[in-house]
Every structure is written in C-alpha cells, then in structure tokens.
Design a protein around this ligand. Structure first.
Ligand code: FO1
Length: 320
C-alpha cells in the first residue's frame, strides 16, 4: 500500500448530487488530485446500447455540457432519433437525445471490441477534456434491482423501470445489487481509496447510488480501515432529499428519514457527516449515532456554493 497523499481526494459518487459536488471540488482542488469512483448499478442496455447514466451525468456536468433543467443528458440536445423511434413504435420511455446517443454508440462499440468499461470511461472523459480520474466502481456488471412494496408478491424490477418508467412513484420493499458478490473493484479503485488524503461520500442516494459502490467486495473494509479520513455529505436535508427518492426510500426501507438515519447507515465506515444548517438541531443526535457532525450550507444551487461546500467538507477531516 502506498502512503496517503494529503492533497488527493477520492469521491464515492452517484449521479446529479455527486456531479454538482465534484464540480465544486474541482474549483478548490487540482483535477489531477481528484478521483471520482462512480456507481454503475443504474447501468442498463437499451436499443442494444450500454448506458451508464451516473458516469455520463458526472462527465457532462464537469465538461459544462449538462442539461441544466434535468440534471442529466446534454445541454442543447436534439431529439430526432427518439422522435423517429416513437413513430416506429419503439422504446421512447427513456429519453436518449441525439448527442447522448453518440456516446452510447461509442461506448457499446468499444466494449464490443474488448475494451473494459474503465478503459472506455477514460477515453470518453479525455475526449471531454476532463483531467480528474473518472472510474466506474467496477468493470463487472452490477444491476440494481427493486422489489416494489405492493402487491406482497410483486416481482423484482429493473432500476430504470422503477426510476424512470414509474417515476420512482411506487414504494420500495427491497433493493438488491445483482452480480455484486463476484464484482471486482475496477483497476485503480482500491488504490485511490487507500492513498487519497481524504475520501468523500458525495450527497447521493445511500441505497441505490452509494450502496452499489460500498458493497463491492473490498470497498467497505478499505473505508472502515481509514474511517477517520472518510467524510460524508448528507443527501437528506430537513428530513427529505433535495432531488430523487432518497427520503422516501429511507422511510420505506425502515430507516429514519433524517441526517441521523444517514449517520446510522454510514458510521461504520465514515467518521464525519456534513449536515445542512437547517438540521443544526440534530447535530447532537448525529454524534450519538457515531459520526462527528459538521454544520454548513449544503444546498449546491451554484458552482460557487458547491465549491464552498467542498472546501468545508475537506477541512472537516483535514483541518483548515
Ligand atoms: N431520467 C429520467 O427521469 N428520465 C429520462 O428519460 C432519463 C433519460 C436519461 C438519459 C441518459 C442519462 O444518462 C440519464 C437519463 N436519466 C433520465 C437520468 C437517470 O436515469 C437517473 O437520474 C439515474 O440513473 C439516477 O441516478
């Protein structure tokens, strides 16, 4: 194992919240000192194409090419292919724009030539001029599967069926990551987690974004060994999630939908929890749950505010 390098940061990342955090982090740290380790449990195949929504959301955001209204997909996108697909009676429930489709074509072609997901991800991020290290958590397939709460015998469904087709409007009984037991961390993942001066758990859904990252064999143990320098940013603010179903999922899966519930989920492998000013009253309860609370403004409504949050997050375990 190489000794930690104080200036380097590894970030465990899901989609939109993580991408905004990383965008702020890159304003306070050199891109070459940052590794983003990204969830692939949302990945799926549609029209025969390998789609990696979280990797692409991070890539487009950091390249300044994200659609600001949705938080996913490209800015200035056109929809000619999707429109024609719909006319043909094809699958148009998952909105793939023309520019975005080119990326999926490229990824799929390179995978069919034998390139691993981490190799293609490196090629794509270089093509967008990104200088951070962008890594999928694994090159092996991991599929997040959702069991709806109703009816009692509901079969498992695919994550994007739950998230997009059903607009995460149904209650969840269980979440499972198919394939994770045998998945290997992608090259560079464990080394980044071992050697980073600070590891940040981004403000992403703890179950479906951070879960498939932390549960890859070796990751939780690596974090737990160096828990003092692992800091998480709560995705729950004022008892709910800023975006997406994290708050509802916490309730449905039997956890308290608050920063205290997040602390109970993360305390084993992270020492410090950054919580929003509006949750100040819960700071003592976060400490009782085993994490040191740091109270600040966590709403990333601009890159400047995201940068301020990133700085506070790093200082929380590094000292200012
Ligand atoms: N999310 C939606 O709610 N509707 C969509 O049609 C949709 C399309 C889409 C296309 C490419 C991409 O990279 C992401 C896309 N997302 C869409 C977002 C994505 O599925 C989810 O936000 C993540 O999987 C959850 O992190």
């Amino acid at each position: 194992m190489t000794a930690p390098r104080a200036e380097t940061v590894a970030v465990l990342a899901g989609g939109v919240g993580a991408a905004r955090f990383l965008n702020g982090l890159l304003r306070v740290r050199r891109p070459a000192d940052v590794a983003a380790i990204v969830n692939v449990g949302d990945d799926f195949t549609l029209h025969g194409l390998h789609i990696s929504p979280d990797l692409d959301t991070v890539t487009y955001t950091l390249a300044g090419q994200i659609n600001p209204e949705t938080g996913w997909g490209r800015a200035g996108e056109t929809w000619r292919v999707l429109t024609e697909l719909g006319r043909l009676g094809g699958q148009d429930w998952f909105m793939l724009g023309d520019l975005d489709l080119a990326l999926h074509l490229f990824r799929t072609q390179r995978r069919s030539e034998g390139a691993s997901l981490s190799q293609v991800t490196g090629e794509i991020s270089a093509s967008f001029g990104l200088e951070l290290r962008l890594l999928p958590i694994s090159d092996d397939p991991i599929q997040t599967r959702i069991t709806p709460a109703e009816p009692a015998d509901a079969p498992e469904i695919d994550f994007q069926d739950y998230f997009v087709a059903q607009r995460h409007g149904i209650a969840v009984r269980a979440v499972r990551f198919a394939g994770i037991e045998t998945a290997q961390p992608a090259p560079g993942v464990l080394d980044s987690l071992d050697t980073a001066g600070v590891v940040v758990v981004a403000p992403s859904n703890p179950f479906v974004s951070i879960g498939p990252v932390v549960e890859v064999p070796g990751v939780r143990a690596t974090l737990s060994r160096r828990r003092d320098s692992v800091v998480a940013v709560s995705p729950i603010v004022g008892g709910t999630s800023i975006k997406g179903p994290a708050g509802a999922m916490m309730r449905e899966l039997g956890h308290e939908p608050s920063v205290v519930g997040i602390a109970r989920l993360y305390a084993e492998f992270a020492s410090t929890l950054v919580i929003d000013d509006s949750d100040r009253d819960l700071a003592d309860a976060v400490a009782d749950a085993g994490m040191t609370p740091v109270v600040t403004d966590t709403i990333m409504s601009s890159p400047e505010r995201a940068a301020a949050l990133a700085r506070t997050t790093l200082d929380a375990v590094n000292g200012p």
